[in-house]
Design a protein around this ligand. Structure first.
Ligand code: URA
Length: 214
């Protein structure tokens, strides 16, 4: 992977992820299948994102004898969804990590300044003590992702990751500049943004395709 675009970029190159992503990209893939695939890929992403979680041995009894067995140590995850399309990713991650807490950030683009403005924020009280995975299927301009990460830092979060299905080089450059220490996980880095800030070749509007609103 081209680490010159972002110093902490992980590309999920697993054939199953790539195959599912290709079906999602197809124009003719219907809403239900698109949503199910987003959920499946997100589950696989969560597997990769949590690969280095600390574990500790605890005493348990199997039906045959006592043993020390590994469990995840400490407070677990918080998934923070950037509304609204992030919810399509969060739901798949929750399939794998059902005890994770979930936060939401709502941002809209100011039509004059083009900068993201926060209109909604709800986070668990103990978010600063958790590994926080910020999710949005499309890293396009990167401004919403950068703003969400800044907001979480302001809330005291020190252990942050960002996950998306598709990234544009422009968005990765913005995150590399604003939050170079935050690892980014994506399934593909596409060619470029177009003049409407859509990722090309992309998969279209992820929110509309997830929720069937167009
Ligand atoms: N958001 C989307 O849903 N699609 C894009 O291509 C870019 C941003």
């Amino acid at each position: 992977m081209d680490q010159t675009i972002h110093p902490r970029l992980t590309l999920l190159s697993h054939p199953l992820v790539q195959h599912k992503l290709t079906i999602m990209r197809r124009r003719e893939t219907p809403t239900g299948e698109f949503r199910a695939l987003a959920r499946e890929i997100s589950m696989l992403m969560a597997y990769e994102l949590t690969r280095d979680l600390p574990v500790e041995a605890v005493p348990i009894d199997t039906p045959l004898e006592p043993m020390m067995a590994p469990t995840i140590a400490g407070k677990k995850l918080c998934i923070v969804s950037i509304l609204r399309a992030g919810d399509g990713i969060a739901s798949g991650m929750l399939d794998l990590v059902p005890s994770a807490r979930v936060g939401h950030v709502g941002l809209y683009r100011d039509p004059v300044t083009q900068r993201p403005v926060e209109y909604y924020l709800k986070l668990p009280d103990d978010v600063a003590e958790r590994l926080v995975i910020v999710v949005d299927p499309m890293l396009a301009t990167g401004h919403s992702a950068a703003a969400a990460l800044s907001r979480l830092r302001a809330a005291g979060c020190a252990n942050l990751r960002f996950a998306c299905l598709l990234a544009a080089p422009e968005g990765l450059a913005v995150l590399a500049q604003a939050h170079p220490d935050v690892p980014v996980f994506t399934c593909a880095v596409d060619r470029a943004l177009d003049e409407h800030a859509y990722i090309r070749p992309g998969l279209g509007d992820a929110g509309d395709r997830l929720f069937g609103t167009k």
